[in-house]
Each structure stands twice: as structure tokens, then as C-alpha cells.
Design a protein around this ligand. Sequence first.
Ligand SMILES: Nc1ncnc2c1ncn2[C@@H]1O[C@H](COP(=O)(O)OP(=O)(O)OP(=O)(O)O)[C@@H](O)[C@H]1O
Ligand SMILES: Cc1ncc(COP(=O)(O)O)c(N)n1
Length: 265
Amino acid sequence: MAPNVLTIAGTDPSGGAGVQADLKAFSANGAYGMSVITALVAQTTTGVSRVQEVPPDFITDQLVTLLDDVRVDAVKIGMLANAEVIRAVTAVLERYCPPFVVLDPVMVAKSGDRLLAPEAVGALRDELLPRVDLITPNLPEAADLLGEGEIASPDQMPAQAERLAALGAKQVLLKGGHLSGESSVDLLHGDGVSEFLSTERVVTTNDHGTGCTLSAAIAALRPQRADWLEAVCEAKQYLTDALRASERLDVGRGHGPVHHFHRWW
Ligand SMILES: Nc1ncnc2c1ncn2[C@@H]1O[C@H](COP(=O)(O)OP(=O)(O)OP(=O)(O)O)[C@@H](O)[C@H]1O
Ligand SMILES: Cc1ncc(COP(=O)(O)O)c(N)n1
């Protein structure tokens, strides 16, 4: 049986990030995809021009309507826009307790535009983060959550992941995509064990939505795999393949999307 997997996130009309990317990653990784939209974002490969936030009570209504009918096997949470939306989503998670909740703590788009109000970082850290199973911060997001400077080397990742775990995160996938080097190195930290996950760094400008794609693929795979390590390794390989396959795309003038392809093609 394919797992039913839900994304709670914002939109990207160019299809590279947000809900649109998540649904593609769900399908390509064997899951049935569903979505609750938190914000409509006028954005493309070159940046964000406007954000229209969805009223928090309407986000609650979308979630409750869905969860009263459909069994949800995993959840991926992306852009939440503001503290009221964070509180609405947290309340629904507490009420329904879905398994395997992955939080990508989206704060700023690759273009530099903010996708989370700066004053909402505290609510994300103190109210939502302790209630999810895995958080997937990139290095600037990890620094923001901890109120410290950005780390600059993989050597510093285990200690930083430990500090994130101390905030209440059960599993931490600290993403090193923003570092340089021939490999793209992430660190999975949970249950007292830290494991570096490394793949070849693909040379491309089609890197819009890599974090969305990775967290969505993890959520799709986790119900189908024995543990987090297995799901995360396979999702990272999927993302690397999708980065490589992006050479087949011609989408926009800025940071283009990765190419989600079905493995049987
Ligand atoms: N050029 C690349 N080649 C291979 N893997 C990459 C590359 N760039 C990023 N990654 C991987 O993509 C994932 C996302 O990493 P990153 O640190 O860029 O997150 P992010 O900033 O949240 O992504 P985004 O904001 O683009 O959605 C990580 O697994 C990282 O290692
Ligand atoms: C709705 C939404 N969610 C997440 C991102 C982050 O992706 P990126 O950092 O690649 O711009 C985005 N641009 N838009």
C-alpha cells in the first residue's frame, strides 16, 4: 500500500520549491501526495515578488477536514510564514498525532527573500520543533534557531546538531549544502548517534528547492523504510539524481528547479 503523505507549505508557481516540488517528490518516491497551503507566493527562479498568507483558521479548517477523512502516514512541513500559522499547525499536530513528522524550518528563499517573519523564529523553535520527529535545517537556519553565528566547516556539525537536539528535536538532519567542496555533506543526528552523509556536489545553477525536495522525499520514504537513516540516505541519493537530471530542463533565467523523474523511466 502506498503511504498517504501530506505537505503543509507555501506555493511556487514555477514548480521548483514549496508544495509543487513536494508533490513531485512524493510521487517519485512511491507515496500518495496531499497538500495544505499556508501561503501563496508569487515567485519564480529569480526571486519572490509577493506573499499572500492564508488565514490561520483556514489552514486549521483545511487540516481538520483532511485529517477527519484520510489516514496520514507522514507529514512534511515547509514554509509557515508567521507565528499564528505555526500555532495553528502545532495545535492540529497535537490533536491528531500523525506519525513521522518532518519539519523543514524554511526561513529565507535562495533569492534572499524572507519566507518566515523574523519574530516567528521563537515560536518555531519553542512550540513546533519539540513536537516533530525530524528537523532539516540548513546552516543559516540552524544558526538562527540557536541564536549563534553560522558554522563554516563539517567538523563543527556534530556539536551544532547536538545543540539543536537539546532544543527538543528528536532527530536532526543538518544540511551542509551551503558549504563549499567537492562533496555535499549533511549530518544525521539522533538517539545519540551522528552519521555524516556525503554525495558528490553537482555543479549546476538548478538548485532551487533542494531543501524542499529532500525533506519531501524523506517524508515519502520514511513509512516505507525501517528507520530514519535508511529513508534519509535514499532521499539524499534521490535529490542528487534529480540535481543531475536538471540538465534536461530549461526553466527560467535564475536558480532553476531540479528534475523529479520516476525511477522506472
Ligand atoms: N550542488 C549540490 N550537489 C549535491 N547536493 C547538493 C547541492 N546543493 C545542495 N545539496 C544538498 O541539497 C540538500 C539541501 O541543502 P541546502 O543546505 O542547500 O538546503 P536549503 O538551503 O534548505 O535548500 P533550499 O533552500 O534550496 O531549498 C542537502 O542534502 C545538500 O547536501
Ligand atoms: C514556498 C517555498 N518554500 C520554500 C522555499 C525555499 O526554497 P529555496 O531556498 O530553494 O528558494 C521557497 N522558495 N518557496
